[in-house]
Design a binder for this molecule. Structure first.
Ligand SMILES: Cc1cc2nc3c(=O)[nH]c(=O)nc-3n(C[C@H](O)[C@H](O)[C@H](O)COP(=O)(O)OP(=O)(O)OC[C@H]3O[C@@H](n4cnc5c(N)ncnc54)[C@H](O)[C@@H]3O)c2cc1C
Length: 417
């Protein structure tokens, strides 16, 4: 039997861990390089939604004008910090070129397919018992709105989702209030995406990590600084402390992946989309996950607490907590759930994470042309939690030369924008 391939995964977020999970199942020798030991970053602070309903990519018609309007307001749901930076300007141009009806229409079925694949993987992981029990609740996702405009926008999305066969329903106000009691009286309506599920990332991440450690995956708490290369093949990974020989490399370093690609002279267009979460560890009465449409705040009843998460801030790679953005989440949450009062201590404990955002809203899953033993697994933006298991499965299929579970063309890291 051929000796197992040595695979080095850079990044211990949800992508890195899921890739290791599927590769280890196939008997490969796997190492994860992750300098962080604390449970922080996007894969810990996210809203935990599994979202077949998020069929519209961020780069969609209308986003540019919204972005320009919101640029002047640092507490708006989507905030772009104006910067003169070559990579950012290039990304912005590509985002603009991707925001066409034609491109969005082409992306919608692809986003649906990979989301459904990933949901199936989450279910299989739960059923396998590999992680023991974990929250995978299927109560749907409510899109709540207070303005007619927000309701009309979501109605259009819901029609598209229903046409694709996703389960969507339209509760009236009475039904809404029985689904989620104590909602604000000025809510105009809501749309329920019955197709969505939710989880608790801070439950799954440690369980997955422990499972990997128990099955022999090596965790190397060092930062990858550079690579050694022989022609079109990577031969070693050099960290801040050591050098490691390798046969395969996967870059799953979230918002930092673009910087690592640049070292290899590969143009992987990515921007960090910062978001925040506030956790409330007491009874809130919130039973159904919801998105508060006007503020784009996500509300999730997680295992033992309620999470309020949101905002998309394109301000480069940084984890700075901007108080005005935390306050905007609090304001929206308290306005939709009048019985809720988020305390100063809860606001103080807010945390941030960076989504790796590609210009067209589709992830990069695949090999770059220039290097034959490298894969990218990043760029998942707002769907990175949902898509972790599918990405893990697809990357393992690429490395093992198996037929991929779905067509990988839309995720090609060599694609032109
Ligand atoms: C507020 C918020 C809410 C969200 N809600 C949802 C949701 O409900 N559903 C959903 O599907 N998605 C959601 N997302 C998006 C999702 O969380 C991210 O897309 C996903 O976590 C990205 O995972 P990742 O593994 O690619 O990156 P990360 O989790 O960022 O992990 C990358 C890791 O790489 C490491 N790294 C970086 N550079 C190096 C290096 N040089 N050497 C070694 N390691 C390195 C970093 O330390 C980091 O831990 C949300 C995100 C945010 C911020």
């Amino acid at each position: 039997m051929a000796s197992p391939k040595k695979v080095s995964i850079i990044g211990g977020g949800i992508q890195g861990l899921c890739i290791a999970y599927y590769l280890k199942k196939e008997g490969l020798e796997v190492s994860i390089f992750e300098p962080k030991t604390a449970e922080t970053g996007a894969s810990y602070v996210n809203a935990g939604y599994l979202t077949p309903s998020h069929i519209i990519p961020l780069a969609a018609p209308g986003m540019i004008s919204k972005g320009l309007k919101w640029m002047l307001n640092s507490s708006s749901p989507f905030y772009v910090k104006p910067r003169i930076d070559r990579a950012f300007l290039k990304w912005s141009w590509r985002f603009y070129k991707s925001s066409t009806l034609q491109k969005v229409t082409a992306a919608i079925p692809v986003i649906k397919e990979i989301n459904l694949l990933s949901e199936q993987c989450f279910k299989e992981i739960l059923l396998s018992g590999d992680l023991g029990d974990f929250q995978l609740d299927h109560h749907g996702l409510l899109m709540l709105f207070k303005t007619k405009a927000a309701g009309e926008t979501e109605n259009e999305v819901a029609k598209k989702a229903a046409n694709l066969g996703l389960q969507v329903s339209y509760p009236n106000l009475e039904e809404l209030n029985s689904l989620q009691p104590q909602l604000s009286k000025d809510i105009l309506g809501g749309i329920l995406y019955d197709c969505d599920s939710h989880t608790t990332p801070t439950e799954i991440m440690p369980k997955l990590k422990k499972r990997l450690q128990d099955s022999g995956v090596k965790f190397i708490t060092e930062k990858v600084c550079r690579f050694e290369q022989n022609k079109n093949e990577l031969t070693a990974i050099v960290t801040n402390k050591n050098k490691y020989l390798t046969e395969e490399v996967v870059i799953a370093a979230g918002a930092w992946s673009g910087q690592l690609a640049k070292q290899l002279h590969i143009d992987l267009s990515l921007e960090a989309g910062k978001g925040y979460r506030i956790d409330v560890h007491r009874e809130t009465g919130i039973k159904i996950p919801a998105i508060l449409m006007e503020a784009k705040v996500a509300v999730t009843p997680m295992k033992g607490f309620t999470r309020f998460a949101g905002t998309m801030e394109l301000s480069g790679i940084n984890t700075t907590i901007r108080k005005e953005r935390v306050n905007a989440i609090v304001k929206a949450a308290e306005a939709y759930y009048p019985g809720l009062k988020i305390t100063a201590a809860e606001k103080e404990a807010a945390a941030s994470g960076m989504r790796p955002v590609s210009p067209d809203g589709l992830p990069y899953i695949g090999r770059p042309k220039a290097i034959k033993n490298l894969c990218f697994a990043t760029g998942h933006a707002m769907m990175g939690w949902s898509l972790g298991p599918a990405t893990g499965k697809l990357i393992s299929e690429i490395i093992l030369n198996k037929k991929p579970s779905m067509d990988l063309t839309p995720f090609d890291p060599n694609r032109k924008f």
